[in-house]
Design a protein around this ligand. Structure first.
Ligand code: ASP
Ligand code: MG
Length: 403
C-alpha cells in the first residue's frame, strides 16, 4: 500500500471555493496512492479564536486555549470531508483525540509522541480518505493539546513518519522555496531540491514556507517533503537528504533578516571569563545572542566586543548589561539599522574560496561588512539595512543563482 500525506495550509482551505479545489487535488492522487490528508484551519480562524480568548483575559488558561484554538481545524476538516463525500469520494474527518494522536509536554507547545494507526489504517484499506486535523493532539489524561502556531506542518510530517508514507506534500500559497525572497529580487528562482540542513539554515526564506520545527522533524525521520502551491498546478520544491540532490551549485540560497540589532561594548576590561560574564545573564533571560566579534586588544587591557540580538530584545539587553556588576566597560552603543545576509549551500563544504568570493562581491558594491559568522554550510555578514537589496543582488549574481 503506497501512502502519501497531503497537507493543506490555511489559505489553501481559506474559502468554500478553495475547499472544492482542494478536494479535486486530493482526488487526483487516488489512482496511485492511498491518501491521508492533514488540514490546517481556514485562514484567519485561529487568530480570531485567539483574539476572543484575549478579550476574556490576557492570561487565558492554557488548557482552555488549546481546546478553543484547536476548534478551527474541526471546521475545515469537516467541510473538506463533506465536499469529498458529496462528490462521490469516501472520506471522514478525524480529530486528534479520535485517532488518537498522543502528545507530550506543556499546553500550547506540546509535541507529538505517538500516533495510533489502527482505525485510520482500517479506513484507508476500505478505500476511504481520512481527513485529519493538524495542529492538535491529546495527552495521556485526555486533555486536548496543541503543538504551537503553524503546527499542522509538524502534524503532517509525524503522520508521514508513523504511516511510513512515501512522501509528504505541503500544499501552500507559494510555489516553493526560492533562491532568495522574490519580493526583494525578481530574478529569484524556485529551487528544485534542497537538503533539510539548507532549509533549516534558510530561516528567513524557509520559515515562511514551513514551520522550522517541522523541518527538523522531517530531517530526523528522513521524510521526503514536497512544498507546492494549491493555487497553480506547477512543480514545487523537494526537501530531502543531501545524497538525493544532484545539483552543481555551490550556493543554494541567500537569506536576509530585518529584525536584528547590534550592540557594541567599547573599552571592556579584558580578562579571562569576560565573554562568559557578559553572555551568561543574557542567556538566563532567554536572549538569543547570534553573531559575536571580539577585537584583540592592542594593549592587552581593553577590548571592544560586538554582538547581535533580535531587535525586540534590545531594551531588555541594555538593562541587563547596565546592571551587570561583573563587567567594566567605557561605553555601550546600539544599531538597529542592520541586517544579516547569509549565503547557504552544502556545496561550500567541498569548494574553497567561497568566503573570499562573497566578500569581494560585497566590496565591489562598496558594502561594508560589520560582523561575520560562519557554519559548515552558511556564511553570514552583518551590513547596513539600506544595503540589503544591493547585497542580495550582487551575491545572487556572483553565485549564478539566476540560471
Ligand atoms: N491553524 C494553526 C495556526 O494557525 C495551525 C497551522 O496553521 O498550521 O497556527
Ligand atoms: Mg498555517
Amino acid at each position: 500500500m503506497k501512502i502519501i500525506v497531503l497537507k493543506f495550509g490555511g489559505t489553501s482551505v481559506g474559502s468554500i471555493n478553495r475547499i472544492k479545489k482542494v478536494a479535486r487535488i486530493i482526488k487526483s492522487y487516488l489512482k496511485k496512492y492511498k491518501v491521508i490528508v492533514l488540514s490546517s484551519a481556514m485562514s484567519g480562524t485561529t487568530n480570531n479564536l485567539i483574539n476572543m480568548s484575549q478579550k476574556i483575559s490576557k492570561n487565558f488558561p492554557d488548557n482552555e486555549y488549546d481546546t478553543l484554538v484547536s476548534a478551527g481545524e474541526q471546521i475545515s476538516c469537516s467541510l473538506l470531508s463533506g465536499q469529498l463525500l458529496t462528490t462521490g469520494t469516501k472520506a471522514r474527518s478525524w480529530m486528534a483525540w479520535q485517532i488518537p494522536i498522543l502528545t507530550e509536554g506543556k499546553h500550547k507547545y506540546s509535541r507529538i509522541k505517538y500516533i495510533n494507526k489502527t482505525k485510520v489504517l482500517k479506513f484507508l484499506r476500505s478505500g476511504g480518505v481520512p481527513i485529519i486535523a493538524g495542529f492538535q493532539g491529546v495527552d495521556k489524561n485526555l486533555n486536548i493539546t496543541t503543538i504551537g502556531r503553524g503546527g499542522s506542518d509538524s502534524s503532517a510530517i509525524m503522520v508521514a513518519k508513523f504511516f511510513k508514507a512515501e512522501r509528504c506534500v505541503i500544499y501552500t500559497d507559494v510555489e516553493g522555496v526560492y533562491t532568495t525572497d522574490p519580493n526583494k529580487l525578481n530574478s529569484a528562482k524556485k529551487i528544485k531540491d534542497i537538503s533539510y540542513e539548507e532549509m533549516l539554515e534558510m530561516a528567513s526564506l524557509g520559515s515562511k514556507v514551513m514551520q522550522p520545527h517541522s523541518i527538523q522533524d522531517a530531517r530526523l525521520n528522513r521524510i521526503n517533503v514536497e512544498v507546492k502551491s494549491s493555487f497553480v498546478d506547477k512543480g514545487g520544491t523537494l526537501i530531502t537528504k543531501r545524497r538525493n540532490i544532484i545539483n552543481n551549485k555551490i550556493i543554494t540560497g541567500i537569506s536576509s533578516t530585518d529584525n536584528d540589532a547590534k550592540v557594541t561594548l567599547l573599552g571592556v576590561k579584558d580578562r579571562p571569563g569576560i565573554a562568559a560574564s557578559i553572555f551568561k545573564p543574557l542567556s538566563e533571560n532567554s536572549i538569543n545572542v547570534d553573531m559575536v566579534v571580539q577585537n584583540i586588544s592592542s594593549d592587552g587591557k581593553e577590548t571592544d566586543l560586538t554582538f547581535t540580538i533580535k531587535s525586540f530584545d534590545l531594551t531588555k539587553t541594555k538593562k541587563i548589561i547596565n546592571k551587570n556588576k561583573n563587567i567594566i566597560f567605557k561605553r555601550m552603543t546600539f544599531d538597529k539599522n542592520v541586517s544579516k545576509v547569509s549565503i547557504i549551500g552544502v556545496g561550500m563544504v567541498t569548494t574553497p574560496g567561497v568566503t573570499f568570493r562573497m566578500f569581494q562581491a560585497l566590496a565591489k558594491k562598496e558594502i561594508n561588512i560589520q560582523v561575520i559568522s560562519t557554519s559548515e554550510i552558511k556564511i553570514s555578514v552583518l551590513i547596513k539595512r539600506t544595503k540589503v537589496t544591493k547585497a542580495i543582488k550582487a551575491l545572487h549574481k556572483e553565485f549564478n543563482l539566476e540560471k
